[in-house]
Design a protein around this ligand. Structure first.
Ligand code: HEC
Ligand code: HEC
Length: 379
């Protein structure tokens, strides 16, 4: 993580030395080092770092709009019934209100969909960390039997038949390929920054009115209960600017006991590493925008934030690999409610704007077809 964030800090100094850290998101042209003649964009949101892209996939505005269009396109699935957005719904913080996701032919998976807000900062990806990068992850849903159920080679051919070639040539300077499909989806997802929550304004801009007294007390409970042992406030690798950025995760895996009382519990990270210390461990999720993404936990077993708090208050579910940081908290009803109020103060001012992402796809589609009409009229 450390090396990954260093350039971010340097960039921050260079690019924003004189900018005050208030507003939500910013797009800036950054010269001609994007691909295919497109401008690279720099994104910014209070409380979260700049997203760092792999050297061979800088974020450009053309990739973002192409990735967005693909993200909402149901033709990515075998029977044209679902898109990425079916399980990552913008209005639910790019997650899914079902406890476990439902794919083609109503086949169900066994895990809760993860929010894609601020996903640029989490790695490895997935509850069990089985995907190293967004580029790698983007191709997983294709062949998955309970997701798109369409091998990616066939998906590429299908998208080519449906007129995507031109758009890929514009964004990448070459036709659609597996690699470019993954890159477009990854670039779009890296653009889903959502910081600038009331809590960010409270803690980073010293605006004492930004969150309610209940949420302020809830923050004290959060620290006292040592929630930040895993949902970090001080993110390593971000020093000495740690207090500019809060991701509420250590990007590590812990067994807190979720689902461990089931007959055949999900082994989580253990299935990837084979390390007995990883049995029943799942990645610590960020808590940003958490109020939007119910239900909670990898199996969707907690319906509300209050249920989550009750779970922690009991000390999780005791099992042979329970994290030593888990213990009964003995919180009062008032402290539980305050903790929930704190968690609710982590919702980004960008969230409602991002809820309308699909409308942008329709706008682009209308704009493109009217330009095409104009062209054909002038011929
Ligand atoms: C059928 C529902 C479904 C579809 C369709 C789907 N996802 Fe997911 N997605 C999930 C679930 C469930 C998880 C968590 C899976 C796990 O950890 O085992 C997930 C996890 C992810 C993650 C990891 C996030 C993190 O923080 O680690 C990313 C990124 C992602 N999906 C992107 C996509 C993209 C891009 C598409 C379309 C190409 C897509 N998903 C299609 C259900 C779905
Ligand atoms: C030992 C590390 C650890 C501690 C301490 C901890 N958490 Fe978590 N938290 C996790 C992990 C890991 C998960 C995911 C567990 C799963 O789904 O199996 C999680 C999940 C959550 C979720 C649900 C997130 C989602 O997207 O579904 C919330 C909310 C949450 N924690 C809040 C808290 C609060 C509040 C505290 C303090 C009372 C706390 N956590 C303490 C590691 C921790």
């Amino acid at each position: 993580m450390k090396t990954r964030f260093k350039p971010t800090v340097a960039l921050w100094l260079l690019a924003t030395a004189s900018l005050c850290s208030t507003s939500g998101l910013m797009f800036q042209g950054k010269g001609a080092d994007g691909q295919a003649g497109d401008q690279q964009v720099v994104l910014r949101s209070l409380g979260v770092p700049f997203p760092v892209s792999p050297a061979d996939n800088p974020i450009t505005s053309k990739k973002i709009s192409l990735g967005r269009e693909l993200f909402f396109d149901k033709r990515l699935s075998r029977d044209n019934s679902i898109s990425c957005a079916t399980c990552h719904e913008p209005k639910h913080g790019f997650s899914d209100p079902h406890p476990v996701s439902i794919g083609v032919n109503a086949r169900t998976g066994d895990r809760n969909s993860m929010s894609l807000l601020n996903v640029a900062f989490f790695e490895p990806l997935m509850w069990d960390g089985r995907a190293k990068s967004l580029e790698e992850q983007a191709l997983l849903p294709f062949a998955a039997h309970f997701e798109f159920d369409l091998p990616v080679v066939q998906a590429v051919a299908k998208l080519r038949r449906h007129g995507y070639s031109e758009k890929f040539k514009e964004a990448f300077g070459e036709d659609i390929s597996e690699e470019n499909l993954a890159k477009a989806l990854a670039a779009y997802q890296r653009s889903l920054l959502a910081g600038d929550s009331p809590f960010d304004r409270y803690i980073l801009l010293n605006d004492s009115q930004a969150i309610s007294p209940a949420a302020q007390r809830g923050f004290e409970v959060f620290l006292k209960a040592r929630c930040d042992a895993c949902h970090l406030i001080m993110t390593p690798g971000l020093h000495p600017f740690a207090l500019r950025y809060i991701l509420f995760t250590d990007n590590k895996f812990h067994n807190i006991g979720v689902g461990m009382d089931k007959e055949d519990p999900d082994p989580g990270r253990f299935a990837v590493t084979g390390d007995p210390n990883d049995w029943g461990a799942f990645r610590t999720p960020s808590l940003r925008n958490i109020a939007l993404t119910a239900p909670y936990f990898h199996d969707g077993s907690a319906r509300t934030l209050f249920d989550v708090v009750e779970f922690y208050d009991r000390g999780g579910i005791v099992n042979r690999n329970l994290d030593p940081a888990m213990r009964p908290l003995k919180l009062s009803q008032q402290q539980k409610r305050d903790l929930v109020a704190f968690l609710e103060s982590l919702t980004s001012s960008r969230a409602s704007e991002l809820a309308h992402e699909e409308a942008k796809v329709r706008q682009t589609a209308t704009a493109t077809s009217s330009t095409a009409n104009e062209r054909s009229r002038s011929r």
